[in-house]
Ligand binder design. Structure first.
Ligand code: PCD
Ligand SMILES: [Cu+]
Length: 808
């Protein structure tokens, strides 16, 4: 047979690895044809809405539902009393704590779910919510975690024994009724010894404020109990649909094969949609009780007030070094505000997530981390926002400690980083707090970044600006924000990582059709990341069929293989690896088919782009399309018909993407308004599947980082009122604030991932927040600033300038 097109054209035709293929899902989204939870409309469907607590801490004396029930269109009003006989008034959290589904005797945060109204439409439900009369007796409110550990006020009465003793929590002994856990890593004594005897020590206390990812789509679910067939179908905004199915089965007693969980299109997740919310449970119970489908969808205020927040970490650090700037030790203590229930979604063995990556990208011989989790009268969560697993906090911490140490040493912070990087030859590198970093080449990335922005030139310009400011010629100061981050993404492996006992592997199942097109299903679920585009690219390169002829499906537990879902940038490292492995199984069978068709031995054919060729005889080949057809339609001795494969992949390690960011900022000291002149981001996520998708991920993550660093916050007053529950008060950046990002990359493949890819979705946020914050702080460094807390909104920046005497 003769070849009409060149090998190059055949490679391009696959649209495989490395191709900036346009996102296939966007045809649907840009034409308004997406299918979100709120688009699901079933015959006879009822609508639920919550009565929520106006108080942050109060005893519930009585609930009167009579007036609400009397409103035409209202079917039911559920309270904890109705859920109790079913054992559903409390639910387990992913962190091994339990949480009230509906207020049981008391409320513990503003916005807590008190009663669930079910009515004929969303408006009637909202009207009925107003008619439910709840009699509250206010209790003393605690919003400060340090005060919480000193207070006589017991927040969680359910966690104190009758004799007043404090039973152990899910993560061991508790020191106080409002204490959740102590978690430690590293060697405290050895670390203290090094620090106490060091030539130079820098200390800092910093607060990484509470915030919220605020996805475009809020959380919601539709439950439909088919009593005839005994089958429960649950559509919802779930980042981990299979986990929801298993948990729903364990809680309800409905056998798992009779539960179908579907995540339809999701309008942004960002970790906000990992946890299990009372709304999910209440819609299920309401559908079981009424026998018709019940929908629950939050409004914006409910989403901001009550669903999984992020951060709220009070961090205290000490870092020591030689006079030359070689870091010798690091000590970190965190007081972690978890709100009213511990509902973090960290792997079970890691109650503070992967905070123990806080030694960052540096070769630090000895370190210690201690974390104390504390209850307060705030919403539960702590799982979300572009690094559920606390790597955001860890990287912020170390990147601030480096800056503070640079001040102490009177050294350039870029040079200080260079001196301390883990060197290329040291990988795989075992860090003082236990992680084994898979691969990295930090110095190369750093040099490339500093060169790209002309770092030396910028510092010279900054020095001139400081002089000009002092002479009174300008009121603008200039900051150069640096950050170098190492992320840790791709949980498992199963031996280290499980959630509530569910091991963190992932999966891919692929079915090739006779005409050489395919459908592949994975255990993950895209929330906007573009999986339908990128997973097809991995498979295209592995099996030699064009990505255009491979459909990717996720999110329906009736069809998709079991997987742990999408968060912690785990889809590429884990499900992406499963896809590659399933592709290789297809290829192995295809090789046998090709050999039979070509009448040679299996070992005499080899794979080439989209075909198997007889070794050394390139004109003798069978394309994958021909092989697929033969797989079904030709009797091949010793082989079953069909061409399918499934892979369950338990990764041997996590992947460690990294990056080097630089932000140049001008700040008007009289208005506190920062202006971002330049933002350069170099990312290394190993093998790049789709450069355009990566670029989009980085723009998104950096914009969220800008938001968090420069103004976004879930703030509470002393009464526990949420002060930022609307988009009037909660900062969402617009095109006005967002700079023109310059992106760049290096490629250091993961040695253990089948295609060498690492995750990237979280990276820009993890590296971006310290970069923006460092830019603000660096602008004030020449005027005496050491550390000021985020968010650096205009008012706080103005205060920083004022405190430094710059308004005098
Ligand atoms: N190397 C590489 C890597 C990656 N990639 C691509 O990119 C993406 C991403 O990826 P990753 O990194 O793996 O990740 P994932 O898993 O998929 O995802 C997750 C992430 O993702 C991010 N991004 C995003 N985007 C959108 N649009 N939306 C959303 O929601 C979101 N979210 C966020 C978050 S937050 Mo968490 O949950 O907190 O934990 S985590 C997270 C996809 O598509 C992939 O394929 C490529 O291409 N290459
Ligand atoms: Cu993460």
């Amino acid at each position: 047979m003769k070849d009409e097109i060149s090998r190059e054209e055949r490679v391009a035709g696959l649209k495989g690895l490395g191709c900036s293929r346009k996102r296939v899902e966007d045809a649907r989204f840009t034409q308004g044809k997406g299918n979100y939870v709120d688009d699901i409309k079933l015959p006879g469907m009822l609508h639920g809405d919550f009565v929520r607590s106006p108080y942050a801490h109060a005893r519930i004396k009585s609930i009167n539902i009579d007036a609400a029930m009397a409103l035409p269109g209202v079917t039911a009003v559920l309270t904890a009393k109705d859920l109790e006989p079913l054992g559903l008034h409390w639910m387990p959290t992913l962190a091994g704590d339990k949480q009230m589904v509906l207020a049981d005797g008391k409320v513990l945060f503003q916005g807590q779910e008190v009663a669930f109204v079910v009515a004929s439409d969303r408006y009637v439900a909202a009207d009925a919510v107003e008619l439910v009369e709840v009699d509250y007796e206010e209790l003393e409110v605690i919003v400060d975690p340090f005060k919480s550990l000193q207070s006589d006020v017991v927040l969680r009465e359910d966690l104190v024994a009758d004799d007043g003793s404090i039973p152990n929590g899910a993560h061991g002994p508790r020191k106080h009724p409002n204490h959740i856990f102590t978690w430690e890593a590293g060697e405290e004594e050895a670390t203290n010894q090094v620090i106490d005897n060091a030539a130079v020590v820098a200390e800092a206390e910093m607060y990484y404020h509470r915030t919220h990812p605020c996805p475009l789509e809020t959380c919601g679910s539709v439950a439909s109990m088919d009593k005839v067939n005994g089958k429960l179908t649950l559509w919802g905004t779930f980042q981990a649909p299979h986990v929801v199915r298993t948990v729903a089965s364990l809680l309800s007693g409905i056998e798992e094969h009779n539960i179908r969980v579907v995540s339809p299109d999701i309008g942004g997740g960002f970790g906000n949609k990992v946890g299990v919310y009372p709304g999910y449970i209440c819609s299920i119970v309401a559908s079981i009780v009424t026998g018709v489908p019940v929908k629950w969808v939050e409004d914006r205020m409910e989403n901001l007030m009550s669903t999984a927040f992020a951060r709220d970490y009070w961090m205290k650090g000490k870092i020591s070094a030689t006079k030359e700037g070689k870091i010798t030790g690091l000590h970190c203590h965190v007081t972690a505000d978890h709100g009213a229930f511990d509902a973090c979604a960290d792997p079970t063995k890691f109650p503070a997530g992967f905070m123990n990556i806080c030694t960052g990208s540096y070769d630090i011989p000895v370190a210690y981390l201690g974390v104390d989790g504390v209850y307060t009268n705030k919403a539960p969560g702590g799982v979300s926002y572009r690094c559920s697993f606390r790597v955001t906090e860890a990287v912020y911490f170390i990147e601030r400690m480096i800056e503070v140490l640079a001040i102490e040493l009177n050294m350039d912070p870029a040079e200080l980083r260079s001196i301390n990087f883990i060197k290329k030859e040291q990988f795989p590198y075992t860090a003082a707090l236990g992680w084994e970093y898979d691969s990295g080449d930090y110095q190369t990335a750093w040099d490339k970044a500093l060169k790209a922005v002309d770092y030396k030139g910028l510092r010279a310009e900054q020095a001139e600006r400081v002089e000009a400011f002092k002479r009174g010629e300008t009121r603008k100061v200039m900051g150069i924000g640096l950050s170098f981050f190492t992320e840790i993404v791709g949980a498992g492996p199963v031996k280290n990582c499980d959630i509530l006992g569910m091991g963190m592997f992932d999966s891919c199942e692929i079915r090739i059709h006779p005409t050489g097109s395919a459908v592949a299903r994975l255990g993950t679920i895209s929330q906007g990341q573009g999986h339908a585009t990128t997973f097809a690219q991995i498979l295209a390169t592995e099996i030699g069929l064009s990505a255009e002829s491979i459909t990717i499906e996720e999110g329906d537990t009736d069809t998709a293989p079991y997987g742990l879902g999408t968060y912690g940038s785990r889809s590429t490292p884990v499900a992406g690896a499963a896809a590659a492995m399933a592709g290789r199984k297809i290829r192995a069978k295809a090789q046998m088919i090709a050999a039979y068709l070509l009448e040679v031995h299996d070992n005499d054919v080899e794979f080439d782009v989209d075909r198997f060729v007889v070794k050394g005889v390139p004109e003798r080949f069978k394309t994958m399309k021909e092989i697929a057809y033969a797989a079904y339609n030709q009797a091949i001795p010793g082989l079953e018909p069909g061409l399918e494969a499934v892979s369950y992949y338990d990764p041997p390690n996590m992947t460690y993407p990294f990056g080097a960011y630089v932000c140049v900022m001008d700040i008007d000291v009289d208005t506190g308004v920062p202006e971002i002149r330049r933002f350069y981001a170099l990312d290394d996520c190993g093998t790049r599947i789709n450069p355009m998708v990566i670029e989009g991920q980085i723009h998104g993550g950096l914009t969220e980082a800008l938001a968090v660093a420069l103004g976004q916050e879930i703030a509470y007053d002393d009464m526990g009122n949420v002060k930022t529950a609307t988009l009037m008060d909660f900062f969402l950046p617009t095109a006005w604030e967002v700079p023109n990002y310059e992106t760049d990359f290096t490629v250091t493949p993961s040695p253990h991932h089948p295609i060498g890819a690492k995750g990237v979705g979280e990276s820009p946020h993890v590296g971006g927040v310290p970069c923006f914050s460092n830019a603000v702080q660096d602008a004030f460094r020449p005027f005496g600033n050491r550390h000021t807390n985020m968010p650096h909104d205009h008012w706080r920046i103005w205060q920083t300038a004022n405190n430094l005497g710059m308004h005098d």
